[in-house]
Ligand binder design. Structure first.
Ligand code: ZN
Length: 191
């Protein structure tokens, strides 16, 4: 019998603080969605150059069990992230909106040893060590941080013009310094 039909599916709360303690060892699966603003994600808030209304990330998540031959069924977690934050553009040094739309798939394990059994660099088999009080909020934040570009930039041609380069023209020659007329008078009196 398919394990998913036997186990209850629990609706996850969209409240950010409830996401800090999720029991992934209980015999149940999860489903949920919500929105996290930049202020809910302190490490991301440190990276953000500015926060504009609407900045933040929609998340969507579900877990289920998959049969694996000769072993206990594996618990799979699918996570979707979609949203925006602002970073400094490394070309023009102005605020730049970065849009993310990411999908992740994890195999949930309960020990580091189990996680080490999975080959590295295999995105389809990425293990995630979970617990009875797993901090899902931190994991969502980790995934956003891993998804932001190393060198954020506006799309080609969308940078702010730089005043120092294209602005002030410098054709006129500097005025020749003339001797102060009062100094001329002083010198005349001396003579
Ligand atoms: Zn730019």
């Amino acid at each position: 019998m398919n394990r998913n039909q036997v186990l209850p599916q629990v609706q996850l709360s969209a409240d950010p603080s409830a996401l800090k303690r999720v029991d992934f060892c209980a015999p149940q699966s999860y489903k949920g969605a919500g929105f996290l603003s930049i202020s809910d994600l302190p490490r991301l808030a440190e990276e953000a150059s500015t926060v504009v209304s609407g900045d933040g990330f929609h998340w969507e998540l579900e877990t289920h069990f998959e049969d694996s031959p000769g072993a206990e069924p594996r618990q799979i977690l699918n996570l979707g992230l979609e949203g925006r934050l602002h970073l400094i553009c490394q070309r023009c040094l102005q605020d730049c909106a970065i849009d993310l739309d990411e999908k992740r798939r994890f195999i949930l394990v309960t020990t580091e040893e189990e996680a080490e059994d999975f080959p590295l660099e295999d995105e389809e088999q990425e293990p995630l060590v979970v617990s009875q009080q797993f901090n899902l909020l931190e994991t969502i934040e980790d995934e956003v941080l891993l998804s932001i570009p190393l060198i954020p930039k506006h799309p080609e041609g969308f940078c702010e013009p730089r005043a120092s380069v294209f602005g002030v023209e410098d054709d006129e020659e500097a005025p020749v310094e003339r001797e102060n007329p009062f100094n001329i008078l002083k010198n005349m009196k001396k003579n």
